[in-house]
Write a protein that binds this ligand. Structure first.
Ligand code: OAD
Length: 252
C-alpha cells in the first residue's frame, strides 16, 4: 500500500498543530553510521552485555573496559555526520509554532544538524565528568595511564551518559513530559520503545489528545497504540514528510 495518503494526512495535522513533540532513538542516527542498540547483528546489545558496560557497578568493577568502550564510541562520532533525517527535524521546527525535540541519543547529531534546545534524556557522550568531584569536561582518553582520572581530585572519569538504574536529567525529563502532555502531534522516530521513562512519552501524548505517528524500519511495542505507523528509514521518510508539510502550507 502506498504511504502517500498517510504522509499527506500526517502533514496536514503537522501544518495545523500548535505544539509538536518529537521523540527520537538510535534509529534516527543509524543512517549516519552510528550503531543502534537492539538491531540484530549490528546493535551494540547484540554484541555486548549492557550489564558489563552501562551500569555504575560495571564501571567501578572494570573502569578501563568501560572507559575504552565509550572512548571508542566517541571516536566514531567524530567521524560521522548528521543525516537527512536529522536535518528534516531541524527544518520541521521552523514550520510549526512549538516543536520540542526529545532524544534518547547521546551522539549530539541533532544539534550538529542545527536543532536547538534538544532535551537529551540519556545525557551526552562528549561530556565526561569526575565521579568524585563532578568536574566536567575531562577526556575519557587519558594521555597517561588508564583508567582516566580527574586532574583535580584523582577520581575516575565517567561518560556523561545515563546508565541503567540511574535517574534521568531532571530538567530534560520535565520538559519532555510537559511537551508530551500538551502536544497536538507526537512523532516517534527510530526507537524500540523498550526503555522507560522515554517509552512512556507517546502514551502520555496520546492521553493528552495528541495524534501519535511512529516512523521506524520495523514495528515496535509502541506501534499498536500509534494512530499511524510509517515503515521505512527515517532518513527518507522524514524529508518526505517535511516536504509534504511545506506543500500544505503553500496551498494555504
Ligand atoms: P534501539 O536500538 O533499542 O532501537 C532502535 C530502533 O530504531 C529500532 O526499533 C529499529 O527498528 C529502528 N531503526 C533502525 N534503523 C532505522 C532507520 N534507518 N530509520 C528508522 N528506524 C530505524 O534504540 P533506542 O530505542 O534508542 O540507553 O534505545 C533506547 C535506549 O536503550 C538507548 O538510549 C540506550 C539503550 O540502552 C542508554 O544507554 C541509557
Amino acid at each position: 500500500m502506498s504511504t502517500r495518503p498517510v504522509v499527506a494526512e500526517l502533514a496536514r495535522r503537522l501544518a495545523r498543530a500548535d505544539r509538536v513533540l518529537v521523540l527520537t532513538g538510535a534509529g534516527v542516527s543509524a543512517e549516519s553510521g552510528v550503531p543502534t542498540f537492539r538491531d540484530a547483528l549490528t546493535g551494540y546489545w547484540s554484541r555486548y552485555r549492557a550489564e558489563d558496560l552501562a551500569t555504575e557497578t560495571a564501571f567501578r568493577r572494570e573502569p578501563v573496559l568501560v572507559q575504552r568502550w565509550y572512548a571508542e564510541r566517541q571516536r566514531l562520532l567524530e567521524k560521522v555526520r548528521p543525516n537527512d533525517g536529522h536535518r528534516a527535524l531541524t527544518d520541521l521546527a521552523c514550520l510549526v509554532p512549538i516543536l520540542t525535540l526529545v532524544t534518547q541519543n547521546v551522539d549530539g547529531l541533532h544539534q550538529r544538524a542545527g536543532s536547538e534546545d534538544v532535551a537529551e534524556l540519556h545525557g551526552r557522550l562528549s561530556v565526561s565528568r569526575c565521579i568524585e568531584c563532578g568536574g566536567v569536561g575531562e577526556s575519557l582518553e587519558p594521555t597517561g595511564d588508564l583508567p582516566a582520572r580527574c586532574t583535580d581530585c584523582g577520581g575516575l572519569i565517567r561518560p556523561g551518559v545515563v546508565w541503567f538504574g540511574e535517574a534521568l536529567p531532571e530538567r530534560a525529563l520535565r520538559d519532555a513530559e510537559a511537551a508530551a502532555e500538551r502536544s497536538d502531534v507526537a512523532l516517534v522516530v527510530g526507537t524500540s520503545g523498550l526503555v522507560h521513562p522515554a517509552a512512556a512519552l507517546p502514551s502520555m501524548a496520546r492521553a493528552g489528545g495528541a495524534y501519535v505517528a511512529e516512523i521506524n524500519t520495523a514495528r515496535t511495542p509502541l506501534s499498536p497504540d500509534a494512530d499511524v505507523v510509517l515503515l521505512g528509514p527515517s532518513g527518507t521518510l522524514l524529508p518526505a514528510l517535511v516536504e509534504a508539510v511545506r506543500e500544505v502550507r503553500r496551498a494555504g
